[in-house]
Design a protein around this ligand. Structure first.
Ligand SMILES: Cc1cc2nc3c(=O)[nH]c(=O)nc-3n(C[C@H](O)[C@H](O)[C@H](O)COP(=O)(O)OP(=O)(O)OC[C@H]3O[C@@H](n4cnc5c(N)ncnc54)[C@H](O)[C@@H]3O)c2cc1C
Ligand SMILES: *[C@@H]1O[C@H](CO)[C@@H](O)[C@H](O)[C@H]1NC(C)=O
Ligand SMILES: *[C@@H]1O[C@H](CO)[C@@H](O)[C@H](O)[C@H]1NC(C)=O
Length: 559
């Protein structure tokens, strides 16, 4: 069906059915519709599809692979056109369900050697927000088809008995945690949400409240198995093919497909004491956060978020306590401004520490400067704490408010020396009644990010940078709130304010080469060299929009 007739259902409009004769102008046509939609403020959301216009020769080529036994689907590509953002929907030519690393090597080799325009995107769960795991007219490799977790509690002898876990690129972090906990072990560094794939997060960084101490997830990988853009399967580590190892981690899927990763483990605690405390003053909030991530830090997880000074249950102060009834308007200091800052920390412990944990946490909180009456605590298992977003997922999903709606997210790394200005110019301005989503702000220590990793962090002398995450949900029109185009404009405005502040985007999205070059800064030349080395035809992760596919081998120019 997809290649005889293209259907586009634009929200509310009755236009559509673009037939084969219109194929060459489909790109332009989509643009016009997008512009029209944005002008009339219609959310150009879930229904936009840029259909597949695959060349007959490419189709025949892919069909020949299917004939050789590759599990390939040409019809059921809908899931591969979707992601968490719901902002872009590009139709691939085919979706591959690999049964082993050999399948991945075969398809990458075949596509790399063909004189075609085919590209390949590894796809985890498509939790990207801007089509980064999509491949227009290309091949999407559904990595979750290949799973398998192996815990090595005594290491392999070579790494002095240090425990590790080996997982496939398509395994989920939550499953890695469950498997490790059976041995009383757990990885050290996390994301706030665990239903993400190993390959997808390691292509970015994987940041959470433990990153200040252990670095991001990509700082906790011992070894990778990667299928490069040439179709070669390579084991790499800091000592074995280190160029490929460091290029791939945080490499936005540009150099190879992560088929397996070996991740360091530690002894898992049993429980966590989980604390939130409110501040009215940004300077006091950040001083305490930076104190808490310093080398003597007693807490094992440090985050923070911004709430509006109102009772909005999504992002007002009523979202702070673990029991909503534990807070009331009367408790908010009269001098508080339009926003409040919430520190979030945990102290992990085990049964043996049960009788001292209260005292220990009290003494840790003593030097901090939050409002004493605005302190909230709870206690939960280590697993439940790490998987804390899952309950929210189940609730929101049943109401059609989880992966069913658009998420115009923006994530930034802001140097510590710019954060006060950022607070004045952005945080105090944007957080309103209809922000609708979390706004996270917490510091990270740059020394935990190996300079050889591909990921771009703020350059300059600051030892600390903040992650600031604007995680807005586009609620259905019925519920009111800003339009999607307003939210996207807000993001553009924030990026404009950020430019002189030497911020970097995390989970980045850029329009063109010039912007990508600026994004990677001093890492750009190496990034381009690595592309030439490991994916010379630029077939991998085209949705990142950094390089374009080359039919013949020619030098990749660095702008
Ligand atoms: C609810 C929610 C909470 C989140 N919380 C955090 C958080 O706390 N911290 C944080 O750092 N991030 C967080 N993220 C972002 C998350 O890290 C990214 O979405 C990331 O891309 C992982 O998603 P995924 O596994 O679905 O990968 P995808 O979106 O499917 O892929 C991401 C990119 O990696 C490429 N890719 C996928 N698999 C592979 C592979 N095996 N080898 C090579 N390239 C591959 C894709 O082509 C694509 O370019 C969150 C996302 C959501 C939806
Ligand atoms: C299509 O793919 C989705 C997700 O990959 C799967 O859940 C669904 O069962 C498939 N449908 C058919 C008809 O094969
Ligand atoms: C950052 O980490 C380094 C190395 O562990 C440490 O020496 C330094 O004190 C840390 N800085 C801060 C501000 O936490």
């Amino acid at each position: 069906m997809a290649d005889t007739q293209f259907r586009q259902h634009a929200a509310t409009t009755g236009i559509m059915v673009v037939t084969r004769s219109l194929a060459p102008v489909v790109g332009w046509w989509t643009c016009v519709i997008l512009i029209l939609l944005s002008q009339i403020n219609v959310a150009c959301s879930s229904s936009h599809l840029t259909p597949s216009v695959i060349a007959a020769t490419d189709r025949m080529f892919l069909e020949s692979l299917a004939l050789q036994g590759m599990q390939l689907s040409f019809d059921n590509t809908t899931a591969a056109t979707k992601d968490w953002g719901k902002l872009r929907h590009l139709e691939p030519a085919a979706v591959v369900y690999p049964r082993g690393v050999e399948d991945i090597a075969t398809i990458v080799q075949a596509v790399a050697r063909s004189e075609s325009d085919l590209t390949i995107a590894a796809r985890g769960l498509g939790h990207s927000t801007n089509g980064q795991a999509q491949a227009h007219n290309g091949v999407v490799i559904q990595m979750t088809a290949m799973r398998g977790i192996r815990v090595m509690p005594l290491g392999d002898g070579a790494s002095k008995g240090a425990p590790f876990v080996e997982a496939m690129g398509g395994d989920l972090w939550v499953d890695v945690l469950k498997a490790s906990l059976e041995f009383g072990l757990a990885p050290k560094s996390w994301t706030d949400y665990l239903h993400l794939t190993i390959g997808g997060t390691l292509s970015n960084a994987g940041v959470s409240g433990q990153s200040f101490r252990h670095g991001p997830e990509i700082s906790n990988v011992l070894q990778l198995e990667v299928v490069t853009g040439k179709g070669e399967t390579v084991d790499c580590s800091p000592t074995q093919h280190p160029e490929l190892f460091f290029a791939t981690l945080g490499g936005l899927g540009q150099f190879g497909i992560i088929t397996k990763a070996r991740i360091a483990l530690e002894k898992a605690p049993q429980r966590v004491r989980w604390v939130r405390a409110l501040y009215t003053d940004f300077a006091a909030f950040r001083r305490d956060q930076e104190f808490l991530i310093s080398a003597i830090s007693p807490f094992d997880y440090v985050e923070g978020f911004v709430v509006a000074n109102n009772a909005n249950p999504i992002n007002g102060w009523s979202s702070v306590p673990f029991e909503a009834s534990d807070i009331s308007e009367a408790m908010i200091p009269g001098h508080a401004g339009p926003i409040l800052y919430c520190l979030e920390v945990t102290k992990a412990y085990s049964a043996a520490d049960l009788h001292t944990i209260d005292e220990v946490v009290e003494s840790m909180l003593a030097p901090l400067n939050f409002h004493r009456e605005l302190l909230f605590k709870t206690d939960t298992s280590y697993f439940k704490f790490l998987d804390r977003l899952h309950e929210t997922e189940v609730q929101l999903s049943s109401r059609g408010l989880w992966d069913q709606i658009p998420h115009p997210w923006l994530n930034l790394f802001v140097p510590a020396s710019s954060i006060e200005r950022f607070d004045m110019l952005v945080l105090k301005k944007i957080m309103t009644q209809d922000f609708s989503g979390p706004l996270l702000v917490y510091p990270l220590n740059k020394s935990k990010w190996d300079k050889r990793l591909s990921v771009a962090v703020p350059e300059g002398p600051d030892e600390i940078f903040y992650i600031v995450a604007f995680l807005r949900n586009k609620l259905p029109e019925l519920d009111g709130g800003p339009t999607l185009s307003t939210m996207l404009e807000d993001n553009d405005n924030i990026l404009r304010v950020c430019e002189p502040l030497r911020c970097k985007q995390y989970l980045p999205r850029h329009q063109d080469r010039i912007q990508w070059k600026r994004h990677f800064g001093s890492k750009w030349d190496l990034f381009v060299q690595n592309k030439q080395m490991f994916d010379p035809r630029a077939i991998l992760s085209p949705g990142q929009n950094i390089f374009s596919r080359r039919r013949r081998l020619v030098q990749v120019d660095s702008v």
